[in-house]
Design a protein around this ligand. Structure first.
Ligand code: AMP
Ligand code: ZN
Length: 117
């Protein structure tokens, strides 16, 4: 069922605390933690605590939580003192999505090329 924890989901395990992560922020509905394989000086993932497979599924099922995730990306950027940053939602394996629990990448602290690869 949408939103329920999934036994085989890495990020549900991070939410549950059974897999460790470097958590930088937490709200009632979200957590933000450092990416284990950072692609920029700041690379933080903001996720809903509830399981949704991607950003669009999250927005459809729980739009208020999707808004919470976006609000938290700005909070992370503020804490990291980023004037500019990029929010990325890889959606689908062809776009590089590897974890099927919605997550916003917050990238900053270096020049960010546009268009991205
Ligand atoms: P994506 O490829 O867009 O699905 O993003 C998944 C991200 O999760 C990648 O950037 C991985 O480096 C990151 N990741 C995978 N395992 C962990 C972990 N245990 N803790 C933190 N980040 C992780
Ligand atoms: Zn999950």
């Amino acid at each position: 069922m949408a939103g329920e924890p999934q036994d085989d989901c890495l990020f549900c395990k991070i939410v549950a605390g059974t897999i460790p992560a470097t958590i930088v922020r937490e709200t009632d509905t979200t957590i933000a933690f450092r990416d284990i394989n950072p692609q920029a000086p700041t690379h933080v993932l903001v996720i809903p605590k509830a399981h949704h497979q991607d950003a669009a599924a999250l927005a459809a099922a729980a739009p208020e939580v999707a808004a919470d995730v976006l609000r938290e990306t700005q909070a992370v950027a503020d804490e990291e003192k980023l004037e500019s940053y990029r929010i990325v939602f890889n959606t689908g394996s062809g776009a590089g999505q590897t974890v099927w629990h919605a997550h916003a990448h917050v990238l900053g602290g270096r020049g960010l090329e546009w268009p991205p690869g």
